[in-house]
Design a protein around this ligand. Structure first.
Ligand code: 13P
Ligand code: SF4
Length: 315
């Protein structure tokens, strides 16, 4: 279908149906361009909670759209492609996790938002990469904690806080595959550049990074940094917003032999303009969940948002 036709129709349908488009920073450029709000997981969850539109079209992955539905269940929440999953969410099946939790009854369960609603329902507190460290630091030092499902993010928080949280053995297939050696090589070619990395990256890469933070935190770091060049260790969709917010700066990515960055999240990239158009037109695929699951999964997410406000992480 013709791109201009798709863009026009998406904007028309959005208005006609009183819909809002929430887009994650890893979405395709053309989707970010059409989104009413773009942001990281934390900002988008908050936007979804406050949203008064009849329809929320979530351009991101399944757990994000699910979180929007949990926080605002009276809205119709659509996801352009239901197959848009996440390797972290898939690494943590609910039954197995429930057994693990039962083996450690004195532990508080903190789950990274990149997990299914069933895992959220088994958790005491949810976190995102934008608030995880501060939330953990705010808990009593002797509090025993299970952290799931990302062992890289959990390991990073253990390293910076000195905690010994028990970690679930999940990884983001995109960030975990980024090799420290390749980033060191690029930095040697550009010694004036700062390596900025998402905490889902493996520990070897995080150790050589000049800055570690969520997608939103990276954007803030670039703006406030005196540096001109950044080696970006996260999904390259974020480059759209980096170039928009700080166009005068230079961004470098590790490229494979074929010249591609190869760090695309295949799940995030499943959403296309055509699927977004069809999703608005047909009001499907829609996220649905039982009321019981919504109620159970909502508590630890609301707790996260309340604590994030108290700690001054969000307004
Ligand atoms: P952010 O919370 O930084 O947006 O990250 C979400 C994600 O899926 C990273 O891979
Ligand atoms: Fe999941 Fe990784 Fe894709 Fe983020 S980049 S959605 S953590 S697979």
């Amino acid at each position: 279908m013709d791109t201009e036709f798709l863009k026009r129709e998406i904007l028309r349908l959005k208005k006609e149906k009183n819909a809002v488009i929430l887009g994650h920073y890893y979405q395709r450029d053309e989707i970010q361009e059409l989104s009413d709000y773009i942001g990281d997981s934390l900002a988008l969850a908050q936007k979804a909670q406050e949203c008064e539109n009849d329809i929320i079209v979530f351009c991101g992955v399944h757990f994000m759209a699910e979180t929007a539905k949990i926080l605002n269940p009276t809205r119709k929440v659509l996801l352009p492609d239901m197959e848009a999953s996440c390797s972290l969410a898939e690494s943590c099946p609910a039954e197995e996790f429930a057994r693990f939790k039962a083996e450690h009854p004195d532990h508080l369960v903190i789950s990274y938002v990149n997990c299914t609603a069933e895992i959220k329902a088994l958790s005491d507190l949810i976190c995102t990469s934008g608030n995880a460290e501060k939330l953990v630091r705010s808990l009593p030092e002797d509090q025993k904690i299970i952290f799931a499902p990302d062992k890289n993010l959990g390991g990073y928080i253990n390293a910076v806080t000195g905690r010994q949280m028990l970690l679930w053995n999940g990884v983001c297939m995109v960030h975990d595959a980024m090799q420290a050696e390749a980033y060191i090589k690029l930095k040697m070619e550009h010694p004036d550049a700062a390596i900025i990395a998402h905490p889902e990256c493996n520990s070897a890469l995080l150790q050589v990074a000049d800055f570690v933070g969520s997608t939103k935190a990276m954007l803030g770091y670039i703006k406030n940094s005196g540096k001109q060049k950044f080696i970006v260790a996260t999904e390259p969709g974020i480059l759209y917003e980096m170039r928009k917010q700080s166009p005068e700066k230079e961004y470098l990515v590790v490229t494979a032999d074929k010249g591609c960055s190869c760090s695309d999240c295949s799940y995030m990239k499943l959403n296309t303009l055509e699927k977004l158009y069809k999703c608005l037109r047909d009001e499907a695929p829609e996220i649905t969940m039982s009321e019981e699951l919504i109620e159970k999964a909502k508590k630890p997410i609301v707790r996260m948002l309340d604590m994030s406000k108290q700690l001054g992480i969000i307004k």
